[in-house]
Unconditional design. Sequence first.
Length: 435
Amino acid sequence: MNKPTKRRAKEKVDLLIVNAKELLTLAGTNEKPRIGKQMRELGIVRKGALAIRDGRIVAVGKTSEITRKFRSENLISASGKIVLPGFVDAHTHLVFAGFREKEFQMRIEGASYMEILSAGGGILKTVRETRKASFDKLVDLAIQTLDVMLEHGTTTVEAKSGYGLATKDELKILEVIRRANQLHSVDVVPTFLGAHAVPPEYKNNAAEYVNLIVDEMIPQVAEKGLAEFCDVFCERGVFNLEQSKRILVAGKNYRLKPKIHADEMSTCGGAELAAEVGAVSADHLLFASMEGIKAMAEKCVAAVLLPGAAFSLMMGKFADARLMINCGVPVALGTDYNPSCVLENMQLVIAFACHFMQLTPAEAITAATINAAHAIGKAHEIGSLEVGKKADVIILNAPNHKFLGYHFGVNLVDKVIKNGRVVVDREARRIQLPF
Ligand code: FE
């Protein structure tokens, strides 16, 4: 006679997601960002499942295994769909007032970014409007943008100041970022970018403005705990290498980790500087030199690539992502959401990365999740579906991961789960896709 087997009681969890056609775990080492061939390894579990409790992932595996051990009153079937970590947008200028659609037309008609800037447009127009805008108005605008980002699957964004360019206005923007983070389910990681442009008050006297950043802004930002990173727009005609270095080193002294807008419009040694100061990331990099790329690889500086920005600025050129991956630079992605690149959607960024920078869908997904998490210092918490990490999860209407980038211009999101809670559910609104 067979003894009846002892059945262990199933453990109760808050939420179970089961039967994913592909569950992209992105599991692996969280010590370092993924480089080279690692960027193609998505840790796919077919018929995958996730168990979530108290906003954290408690188990990941095959549906048969997970449902044997866990039960929940909240069960989501991801049958026919893919499940992956929420997108991490590693570079945004979230807080501003003043859209610039007129300049969009000027660009179409041939004006360059630097031409628009020297005509008093560009950043400076937004600075005027942002200075005028109230705290509450800026919070409202940021929340609206975060809503759109979340709706498209982004669960964490980095957000920079940089449209104040005066101590009180820069502090106001960083306070807006803090407030938006408190109010919205998307996590917002703050970066101080006082060195975004030289303000009109310091025209022809950038050196004095750098003094203000170093002597006044950085100490106050740090004292109020308003930023985790310090960024600088290192570019010909904006902040030169020496000024950029001074700002980043000053930031470091106040525990603000360096980031750089580097080599976006011209080759000016930004990538090399990023490696020299131990930056967490160097961003844009369209004109990065070979030496700079090698130096970044050596120091494991993430390249945050922003194909949406190159697209909207109509530069006819994109960063050489393939060269960077071949050289061992960890590549991440961001929208660069700002008034000249009004783009909230990381799915479209992935499509751009595939079409214009020859990333495979798998590489682009890695760049938009775990590597982006590294690029904002959060890889211990987010960017992959692993036990102990935040339950920031998206379910997409795609039969496999290669549909990301391939099927573009629509929102593939079915559900967004943030901290274990369903915060977007588009299932009811969805038009049935033909696969
Ligand atoms: Fe930017």
